[in-house]
Design a protein around this ligand. Structure first.
Ligand SMILES: CC(C)(COP(=O)(O)OP(=O)(O)OC[C@H]1O[C@@H](n2cnc3c(N)ncnc32)[C@H](O)[C@@H]1OP(=O)(O)O)[C@@H](O)C(=O)NCCC(=O)NCCS
Length: 157
């Protein structure tokens, strides 16, 4: 498969909230209740140790990853690629950028939570994450249905 030419991976900030929101609403299927609201994202971005990476492809913002590092422990909070730009390596590039930055910030490990059955699990496994736990009924979908979460982690040093 042809990989898209990534024009840019850059650090983002609160000025990118409209882009983040648009990508998130496009990427996440509302039936699973995994997406955050704009205010939730903005609130998280204002906390210490949180950083945002934006990927653009062909001149447009196409994906983002939000992460946090506190006391040697890093977490990938959100990862999304616009539907029209998926399966071209953007999600993997974002995860690698987060892994590198987490290591740079002194984290010992990067962990994350993902809905059981989310296709993103394949991406995480291929980037070296191992399953470390489960959280029953963690996500609430738009009709009230509950979905389990799985936790994954990758050691950084
Ligand atoms: C998960 C997500 C970010 C992946 O983004 P992406 O840019 O398509 O990822 P990549 O192109 O780097 O995919 C890398 C690998 O992950 C796996 N993968 C990604 N999406 C997949 C899918 N829908 N089905 C099966 N495997 C998938 C594949 O192994 C893929 O490699 P391949 O294309 O060579 O087969 C994107 O599907 C998305 O935004 N999903 C909705 C939001 C979400 O669920 N985020 C994760 C939880 S926070």
């Amino acid at each position: 498969m042809t990989r898209v030419q990534l024009t840019e991976l850059r650090e983002g900030g609160s000025q990118d909230i409209a882009s983040v929101n648009a990508i998130m609403q496009d990427a996440f299927d509302p039936q699973f209740g995994e997406a955050w609201t704009g205010p939730q994202c903005l609130g998280m971005m204002s906390l210490p140790g949180v950083w945002l990476v934006i990927a653009s492809a062909e001149g447009e913002d196409a994906g983002f990853a939000l992460a946090r590092e506190i006391a040697g422990d890093a977490e990938l909070l959100l990862l999304a690629t616009r539907r029209s730009a998926q399966r071209r390596g953007i999600g993997s590039a974002l995860v690698r950028a987060i892994l590198a930055e987490a290591q740079e910030r002194g984290a010992q490990q990067l962990h994350l939570e993902v809905r059981a059955g989310n296709d993103a699990v394949r991406l995480y496994r291929s980037e070296g994450f191992d399953k470390v736990g489960e959280r029953k009924d963690y996500y609430r979908g738009k009709t009230g249905q509950l979905f389990d979460a799985q936790t994954y982690a990758r050691r950084l040093r």
